[in-house]
Design a binder for this molecule. Structure first.
Ligand SMILES: Cc1cc2nc3c(=O)[nH]c(=O)nc-3n(C[C@H](O)[C@H](O)[C@H](O)COP(=O)(O)OP(=O)(O)OC[C@H]3O[C@@H](n4cnc5c(N)ncnc54)[C@H](O)[C@@H]3O)c2cc1C
Length: 598
């Protein structure tokens, strides 16, 4: 059976020692009182909740899955999920980072980030029930009417109700401009929605008394394509003006998907038959409003893979220390045993360190992004708010795609550490691989993320935001450029930062002549950008560790951090050279292939 220990020490390192978040919060009036003790206390309790309440339901939830009663359309999640959710609500976890105006605790997003990393490690399928509510909360907070806010926000904040996002239809996932669900205006100002949505996560369940579905649909006179999409709040049960629950609305689950992973989460086909809803935001501007939810969800999906990378690593490490097979190439290590533990073998170490480097690098990136979100929303200085928002927008596709691709690599590597036993269910490793796989697909596939990064966020503004991030990297390079002890981290980072400018300009130029060049290079480009970002955070973490060691701190944690940084720069970061080469190989070998693909 797998184990999970919340990585509190590493979280504290990133929060307090690398980013010094309490100092950052002192500049944000809303968070001035959030000190290290408060953060540590919250995270300790969050870790207990994840490891003791939801983690024990991970394997049983996977085995049992969800069931649909075809007569009533009610869905029952696996045993224990409902009770765990009640404990989550009771503990106030749903409200952690929500606005105090709606009953939230108003704590920084950074705390919610760490809570959710642990929940995802413990049980991704369960975590998606409350997880989607955060996106619905944010979309309604940003674009809802006063009445919608009054009805929905306090209940999403408390966790009394959950939220979903209903975008996908059978004939359209990536290209939402094709969607057909209709919304007919009613004399009382409401709308009646009719259509079919598929793949709706947490679309139906019995864990809460109501579910608010955020649904994309078209008005009768809407323009074609993505410019004709509006957003609607459609509750499972109709609600009165004060939020009291009324009759059953005609939005229901018509079927459950049978899928590769996340079995404990209900992936629903949702049928709308004149379902009553209210518009969120302006007519035909639904995609913009939905993007608030989608951006939150994209960071959330990256966090899902971060959680799975961490838990897979912990279990592979324990196994590699215990399992004995063959002798070390460089001589016997465990003389008292008939063979050495497999951790002596270089390639087993490579697999373990890959997962560790991706987990710890991902944690730094995810925490950094949510700190920027805290600044974007609450910093008193307008320029800080604006710059923070721009950099979060740049980093969002990287969090979503780089962390989920890394999660795929890491969970597979950790399963491989178990040899044949990794393939056998009882060890729990194959579940991490299966559960992670969807993270590369939903919320916009990783290809779509790469087009968003290269096409929109980099070339779309002539590299202006990339340059802003480049300045942040440049400041570290300038600060540490003469420090010999940092050279092994700073030199490759400086080289890539320099290459990145030329690489981007070159792709921009080629893309201008032939847009397929952007499509052919984007996935490789995102991975190079991901390493630039990880390289920056690994260099910062190495800097902090080196300073502690120089100051006489003998905690082995810092030695471990430095060793992992060395591994990252020696064995993972160099793939950027190959990626730049394949990106530069262009589109011809892809597009001149009609015969090959005939
Ligand atoms: C378990 C699960 C849960 C989900 N949860 C939700 C949910 O809660 N709400 C919701 O609305 N949806 C949800 N989805 C849907 C998910 O977001 C979509 O499946 C995803 O966005 C891809 O859409 P699609 O499946 O229609 O694939 P398609 O859009 O048909 O894409 C097929 C392939 O073509 C590629 N492709 C498409 N266009 C381009 C392009 N321009 N350039 C390059 N490549 C391209 C894609 O990257 C992909 O590889 C879920 C899906 C699953 C499986």
């Amino acid at each position: 059976m797998p184990v999970y220990n919340p990585p509190l020490r590493d979280m504290q390192f990133v929060l307090h020692e690398v980013f010094k978040v309490s100092d950052e919060f002192k500049a944000i009036p809303k968070h001035t009182d959030v000190d290290a003790d408060t953060i540590n206390a919250v995270l300790e309790e969050a870790g207990k909740f994840a490891s003791q309440v939801t983690f024990p339901l991970n394997i049983s939830g996977d085995e049992e899955g969800c069931t649909l009663d075809k007569a009533t359309h009610e869905v029952t999640p696996p045993k224990g999920f409902k009770e765990a959710y009640a404990q989550y609500v009771e503990g106030g976890w749903a409200a952690l980072s929500c606005d105090v105006e709606y009953g939230g605790q108003g704590l920084p997003f950074v705390l919610n980030q760490c809570l959710y990393e642990m929940l995802n490690s413990a049980n991704q399928a369960w975590t998606m029930y409350p997880g989607l509510s955060h996106g619905a909360y944010e979309a309604l907070h940003a674009h809802g009417t006063e009445e919608q806010k009054k009805i929905y926000l306090p209940r999403l904040t408390s966790g009394e109700w959950t939220g979903t996002m209903c975008l996908t239809e059978p004939h359209c996932g990536t290209d939402l401009g094709l969607l057909r669900t209709k919304a007919e205006p009613q004399p009382d100002g409401s709308y009646k929605l009719t259509g079919n949505k598929i793949f709706i996560s947490a679309g139906e369940h019995d864990m809460t008394s109501n579910i608010v579905h955020l649904v994309l649909a078209r008005l009768p006179d809407a323009p074609q394509g993505s410019k004709g999409i509006s957003l609607f709040a459609v509750p499972k049960f109709n609600v009165g003006k004060d939020g009291e629950i009324g009759s059953r609305n005609s939005i229901y689950c018509g079927g459950l998907e049978h899928k590769m992973g996340i079995h404990g989460n209900a992936t629903c086909q949702m049928v709308l038959e004149d379902a009553v809803g209210t518009m969120v935001g302006a007519p035909n501007k639904g995609l913009a409003a939905m993007f608030v939810m989608m951006n939150a969800a994209r960071l959330g999906v990256g966090n899902q893979s971060l959680g799975l990378t961490e838990v897979a690593y912990q279990n592979a490490l324990a196994y590699a220390k215990d399992r004995i097979q063959m002798r070390s190439l460089s001589g016997v290590k465990a003389k008292d045993k008939p063979a050495d533990p497999i951790i002596v073998h270089p390639d087993v170490r490579k697999m373990l360190l890959t997962a560790k480097a991706y987990a710890e690098g991902g944690r730094a990136l995810a925490i950094y992004c949510t700190l920027l979100l805290d600044k974007e929303l609450h910093h008193p200085d307008e320029k800080v708010r604006k710059d923070s928002g721009e950099i979060v927008a740049l980093l969002t596709p990287i969090v979503k795609a780089f962390l989920t691709d890394n999660g795929h690599i890491a969970t597979n590597a950790c399963m491989q550490v178990f040899g044949g036993h990794g393939f056998i269910k009882e060890w729990g490793m194959e579940q991490f691989v299966r559960d992670n796989r969807i993270n590369m697909i939903y919320e916009g596939t990783n290809t779509i993320q790469s087009l968003d990064l290269l096409g929109r966020k980099v070339l779309g503004n002539n590299g202006a935001t990339l340059k802003k991030f480049g300045k942040i990297v440049g400041a570290l390079i300038a600060e540490e450029g003469v420090n010999e002890k940092m050279a092994e981290f700073i030199n490759p980072l400086a080289y890539l930062a320099d290459q990145m400018t030329k690489f981007t300009t070159e792709l921009g130029f080629k893309g201008f002549q032939n847009p397929d060049e952007v499509g052919a290079a984007a996935v490789d480009y995102l991975r190079v950008a991901g390493h630039l970002v990880f390289g920056y955070f690994w260099a910062r973490m190495a800097q902090t560790a080196l300073r502690e060691i120089a100051a006489g701190n003998t905690d082995k944690f810092y030695v471990a951090k430095l060793q992992t940084a060395r591994f990252y720069f020696a064995k993972l970061f160099p793939e950027t050279a190959t990626l730049m080469r394949t990106a530069r190989a262009g589109s011809k070998s892809l597009m001149d292939t009609d015969e090959a693909l005939a």
